[in-house]
Design a protein around this ligand. Structure first.
Ligand code: AMP
Ligand code: ZN
Length: 469
């Protein structure tokens, strides 16, 4: 399996630090607003990377943070006249809902910056002790970039150029810096801001130290894959490398993966241009499965243009796949227990080759665009070869293949309504059983559960009927 590594600028064979295991860290959102569709791209991309690694049999430890202390959160809290924890808690909840709607699996751990201050303080202390950081007179702690010889290796920038580039820029409040390219690890509190005690001053952490500390705590000093959007390469990820490697003396992350940007109508997405969509807004017009499918129709490193037309064509494409699977399920219902014919065995082989094509695409730096094409080819083959005369074995093989290949992409192959209906039917059957067993408490409890799902039951002579409220 090959991964494009931003660090080396090449595709490299993936070799995990420990056989069979993958440690992965992906920078998560700053929670001061509903997430936008740009934020959704790394979520969907890295969730798919994770799913493919799991499909390959790796045990994946996937850590993704929530940045819940930040200027934007503090500003929003001041506007609403509430505590900044109220804002971050609210938007973490909303973000989790959006993730679920996009079928993005929750991470193994979702650490929050405000709950990890101890780890950050410890890391800063280590950096100071090793001469890689210093406290200025006002209590601000800076990382001494000049002390880390590899500074610039990820973004392929040269420290001398960086230093001369920064030289002209004087930032008020940062007079205590030894060098303009040094960056903040800890800063003093301002009036009305959340703060924590530290050996240097009451204050709060800089953004970069969060990820280094959380990654170290949950995954150890060395990890396999670190991911995020390409805007994070510099300075965020460059600074994470400096902090983590200066502290441990070891290589921090083996593979650095960055997704390209999502643009709208070929323009950079920005609030001021008015071309800005939240995931929630898109969810009002489309099933968010369509958004997911749309994102995966391109290679993750390419820039991706979002438009209503492109979403419509993704919707049609996804429909074609789901309809194909639905038709196969109906055929399976009707096919007896028959085994594949000679002819079908050959077709199974052709399906197997398409599956191999899909895998080859995913092995080549997660080329989901080509993987999606292979799925379409399987559907096309199924549409032209499976009918009421097909054996159960053949239809089952097609269904199993499509379910697996869609599952890796995080595409739910059962329509939501269908899944819901099934769930309702199951609950009704359990209620009937409970009634038969004279367990009326349980039967009532199930009726209550159904009613909270908006399902109304009617006991009729022909049995239990149900409808949506
Ligand atoms: P932020 O909340 O700004 O720190 O962003 C969270 C994640 O979303 C980071 O990995 C960013 O790189 C990514 N991101 C933000 N905007 C876009 C965009 N327009 N396209 C792709 N990724 C983005
Ligand atoms: Zn980060």
């Amino acid at each position: 399996m090959k991964i494009f590594n931003t660090l080396t600028g090449r595709k490299e064979e993936f070799v995990p630090l420990e056989p069979g295991k993958v440690k992965m860290y992906v920078c998560g959102p700053t929670v001061y607003n509903l997430i936008h569709i740009g934020n959704a791209r790394p979520m969907i991309v890295f969730d798919t990377v994770r799913r493919y690694l799991e499909y390959k049999g790796y045990e994946v430890n996937f850590v993704s943070n929530f940045t819940d202390v930040d200027d934007k959160i503090i500003k929003k809290a001041a506007e609403e006249g509430v505590d900044s924890a109220v804002i971050s808690r609210r938007y973490i909840e909303e973000c989790r809902k959006d993730m679920e709607a996009m079928n993005v699996k929750p991470a193994t751990v979702h650490p929050k910056a405000t709950e990890e201050i101890d780890g950050m303080l410890e890391l800063i202390q280590t950096l100071i002790a090793k001469g890689h950081a210093y406290a200025a007179a006002d209590g601000t702690v800076y990382f001494r970039t000049g002390s880390f010889k590899d500074y610039g290796k990820l973004s392929h920038k040269n420290l001398d150029e960086l230093q001369s580039g920064f030289r002209e820029i004087k930032v008020t409040g940062e007079e205590g810096k030894e060098d303009p390219s040094d960056f903040v690890l800890w800063k003093p509190k301002k009036e009305g801001e959340p703060y924590w005690e530290s050996p240097w001053c009451q204050g709060r952490p800089g953004w970069h130290i969060e990820c280094s500390a959380m990654s170290r705590k949950y995954l150890g000093e060395q990890i396999d894959i670190h991911g995020g959007g390409e805007d994070l390469i510099f300075p965020h990820h460059e600074n994470e490398i400096a902090q983590s490697e200066a502290a441990s003396g070891k290589e921090f992350a083996r593979y650095w993966m960055h997704n390209g940007f999502l643009n709208i109508d070929n323009k950079k997405m920005s609030k001021s241009l008015g071309n800005f969509f939240t995931v929630r807004e898109i969810g009002e017009k489309f099933d968010l499965q369509v958004l997911r499918f749309f994102m995966l129709s391109a290679h993750y490193r390419s820039p991706l243009n979002f438009s209503a037309d492109l979403m419509e064509s993704s919707k049609n494409g996804l429909e074609r796949i789901l309809n194909g699977i639905e038709r196969l399920r109906e055929l399976r219902e009707r096919a007896g227990q028959s085994a594949a014919s000679r002819e079908e065995e050959k077709l199974c082989q052709a399906v197997g080759e398409l599956r191999a094509k899909y895998e080859a695409a995913m092995e080549d730096d997660f080329n989901t665009a080509d993987a999606v094409s292979a799925v379409f080819e399987v559907v096309k083959l199924a549409n032209s070869t499976a009918d009421q005369d097909s054996s159960r074995e053949y239809t089952e093989y097609l269904i199993e293949t499509l379910e697996t290949l869609c599952g890796i992409l995080g595409i739910i192959t059962r329509r939501r309504k269908e899944t819901l209906d099934e769930e309702v039917e199951k609950l009704i059957a359990r209620r009937q059983q409970a009634r038969k067993a004279k367990d009326f408490a349980l039967a009532d409890q199930i009726r209550g559960q159904l009613s909270s799902m908006g399902i109304i039951l009617e006991d009729t002579r022909e049995g239990v009927k149900w409808k949506r409220a």
